[in-house]
Every structure is written in structure tokens, then in C-alpha cells.
Design a protein. Structure first.
Length: 331
């Protein structure tokens, strides 16, 4: 195992894992057009999971909060986006590409804004009293999740809800024998944009510096006159908003959603956060891409193993690197 780790480090480290999985799948699949379609689908799926996982990882990494109610933001984001798209049906199904895109942006913005507002309430009312007590955090956030699920049922009911997709994104690009869904390209680009923005904000801005300094030595930063509480509220709101954004994108990806959406996705989200490394945004991105690619390849090659493939991936990675692929360095 040590020899394998040293060889991998010389070649480029854990960043080569998605490449290795993709190359192995190419050999097993055989048909290049099918492989390209599955690869794009896996990358798009991975980026949508990253949006949800990055929020959870951000909250844990910077605030040391275990939020088991995170899936509620995913579910509400999906249903709010679906409702917004239904309300803008004329724009969604019209001939104008500008109105198509505007409808999607408004739907995502509505879901994201709700996630930020709900995150503020969640942090102030539910999480604040249980800081630095992980057991109570788990219990109270699970309780909040149960309440949120009942609210979903009360507002939207238990029947599946159809999610209209903007006409400009409903279709595929045909390149030779390869068909690539436009929505998946959009999902990948949006996820990449969010990652770049998060990386820049945390590592290249004054606010990011203050947040990271507050994590390392809260008392010193407060002694300099900065309100760490306000910064941490912003972190929680950002994490919740990202979860809602991921739910909104997943709603358009699936086309049909139920109140169980968030709970089902949280299994994948926790797997991504664990194999990426708790509190690591970079690790969450790497883990999400691995999960997305593996899910699509295995579902095509070995359908009966598709449900277990990600659990097997998590166990294999934790046996190799117990703290994940790119664990956050905490003081």
C-alpha cells in the first residue's frame, strides 16, 4: 500500500484517480461514443453532487458543525425551483433562448436565496445553542430535518412533481456518434464556476482570510475588532444556499422529484464528504467526480452493482487513506 501511494504521488497524486477510473472504463466499455456519453454524464452528476457536498463540507470545515439537516435545504431547493419553473412556463417552453435562460436563472436564484435565508434561521435558532457539542448537534439537526420533511409534505404533497426543463437546455449536442445532453454541460460548467469562486473567496480575499483565521484562533481575531459570529453566520448561509442550488439543479436533471429527494441524495453527499476528507472543498470536488463517474460506469457495465459501487469506493479509499483523499488541515 505504501509503495502504491509513493508511485501515485510521483505521477500526480490523488488527482489521477478519476483519470484511472475513466481509462479502465474505456477499456471495459469498448465503444468510444458510449464512453464519452457516460463520462460527460458522470462529470455532470459529480458537479451537482459537489454543490450539495461543498455546502456540508464548508459548514463542517470552518464551523465544526455536524448538520444532519442539510438534506432539507436540498429538498426545498428542488421544490422551489420546480415551482418557479412551473410559474414561468411561458418562458420555459417559449422559442426565445433568452427567456429560457432567464427562467432557469430565476428558478436557481429563488432556490439559492431561500437556502441562504433558511440557513440564517437554522443557524440562529437551532445550531447556535449546540456549538461544540457534536452529539446534541446530531440530535437537534435530525429533529429539524423531520420537521422540514413534514413541511414539504404539507406544502407540495407526497405525489411526484414534474420539473419542466428550459427548451434551450432540453436536447443533445450530436458530435459524430456521440450524443451529449446540453443540460449536463450546463450543470458541469455551473459546478466548476462555483468551485472556482469558492476557492478564490477562501484563499484570495480578506473575508476568506478572516474566516480561516477565526477557525485557527477566534479570540485573537475578535481582539482585533472583527465579529467572527457574523462571518460564521455567513458561512452557514453560504453552505445552505449551495445545498439548495444543488437541489435545484438536480430537480432539472431528474425531471421528476419527490419529498424523499434530499434524504436519498444525502447518502451520496456524505460519501463524497467522507472520501474527499472532512472539511475539504477540494476533496469534495475530487470525491464528487469519482462518485459521479463510477456511478455511471458501473450502472452501464454491472447494473446489479450500481447501488453498492459507491460504498465499495468509500471503503477502499478509507482503507488506503483513513482521513480521506484531501483532508482539511485544522489547527
Amino acid at each position: 500500500m505504501n509503495a502504491f501511494s509513493e508511485m501515485l504521488s510521483r505521477l500526480g497524486g490523488v488527482y489521477l484517480l478519476p483519470v484511472a477510473i475513466a481509462l479502465l472504463a474505456f477499456v471495459l466499455i469498448g465503444a468510444p461514443s458510449t464512453w464519452v456519453t457516460l463520462t460527460v454524464a458522470g462529470l455532470a452528476m459529480g458537479m451537482m453532487i459537489f454543490l450539495m457536498a461543498s455546502g456540508l463540507s464548508l459548514i463542517f470545515g470552518l464551523m465544526d458543525v455536524l448538520n444532519f439537516g442539510h438534506s432539507a435545504f436540498v429538498s426545498f431547493g428542488a421544490f422551489i425551483a420546480a415551482s418557479a419553473l412551473a410559474a414561468l412556463a411561458g418562458w420555459v417552453g417559449g422559442e426565445s433562448a433568452v427567456l429560457n435562460v432567464a427562467a432557469l436563472i430565476l428558478a436557481i436564484a429563488a432556490a439559492t436565496a431561500f437556502g441562504a435565508g433558511a440557513g440564517w434561521f437554522f443557524e440562529r435558532v437551532i445550531v447556535k445553542p449546540v456549538y461544540k457539542d457534536h452529539l446534541r448537534q446530531i440530535l437537534i439537526t435530525i429533529g429539524a430535518l423531520i420537521v422540514a420533511e413534514q413541511l414539504l409534505l404539507a406544502i407540495w404533497g407526497g405525489a411526484p412533481v414534474a420539473v419542466p426543463r428550459p427548451r434551450v437546455l432540453d436536447g443533445s449536442l450530436i458530435i459524430g456518434d456521440v450524443a451529449i445532453e446540453i443540460y449536463r454541460i450546463f450543470a458541469f460548467l455551473l459546478g466548476l464556476l462555483v468551485y472556482v469562486a469558492m476557492h478564490y473567496a477562501l484563499n484570495r480575499t480578506r473575508i476568506g482570510l478572516l474566516i480561516r483565521a477565526g477557525v485557527e484562533n477566534r479570540e485573537m481575531v475578535e481582539a482585533l475588532g472583527f465579529r467572527i459570529d457574523r462571518l460564521f453566520i455567513g458561512v452557514f448561509m453560504a453552505g445552505s444556499a449551495l445545498a439548495a442550488m444543488g437541489g435545484a439543479m438536480w430537480a432539472g436533471y431528474q425531471g421528476l422529484i419527490t419529498p424523499a429527494l434530499g434524504g436519498e441524495l444525502m447518502i451520496l453527499v456524505f460519501i463524497v464528504v467522507i472520501i474527499g476528507g472532512l472539511g475539504s472543498i477540494e476533496g469534495s470536488l475530487l470525491g464528487a467526480i469519482l462518485v459521479g463517474l463510477l456511478s455511471n460506469y458501473v450502472a452501464f457495465l454491472f447494473p446489479k452493482l450500481s447501488l453498492a459501487s459507491n460504498m465499495i469506493l468509500m471503503m477502499a479509499i478509507l482503507l488506503w487513506r483513513p482521513f480521506g483523499l484531501k483532508p482539511a488541515i485544522r489547527g
